[in-house]
Write a protein that binds this ligand. Structure first.
Ligand code: SF4
Ligand code: SF4
Length: 122
């Protein structure tokens, strides 16, 4: 990451500046700082739809393939929720462990996202 961006972030924290995150606008705080991630999926994808259900921005559509729109908020929920560990923006991501809050199910996340009620993963 560029030093200038770190300084900007540090300044925002020190000055306690805040900017409300507006879901589904593609202009969340992380995107403001880091730019929008460009995701791809590997052949391990089973098209289960978990990523679409877990995306707070409604930025993913799954049919015969997985398609990402232009409203990504850089939360990386899709990367961490994918049961096949198939989503990546850089190959290094595929070597990292995923994390998911163990007390919240994918269905609960999807319900919050007002996406779908029944995903294939509990
Ligand atoms: S969660 Fe993973 S396996 Fe399921 S559709 Fe998305 S990319 Fe494919
Ligand atoms: S990182 Fe993934 S889950 Fe998060 S907003 Fe972007 S596409 Fe959606």
């Amino acid at each position: 990451m560029k030093i200038v961006r770190l300084a900007e972030i540090a300044g925002d924290i020190l000055e306690r500046r805040s900017k409300p995150v507006k879901p589904r606008t593609g202009e969340g705080n992380a995107t403001k700082y880091f730019g929008e991630a460009k995701f791809k999926v590997t052949d391990q994808c089973t098209r289960c739809g978990t990523c679409a259900g877990g995306c707070p921005a409604g930025n993913i559509a799954v049919d015969d393939s997985v398609k990402f729109g232009n409203a990504c908020e850089n939360c990386f929920a899709c990367v961490n929720l994918c049961p096949a560990h198939a989503i990546y923006s850089s190959r290094a991501i595929l070597k990292r462990r995923q994390y998911r809050n163990p007390v919240i199910s994918v269905n609960e996340i999807a319900a919050v996202n007002e996406r779908r009620e029944n995903l294939s993963q509990p």
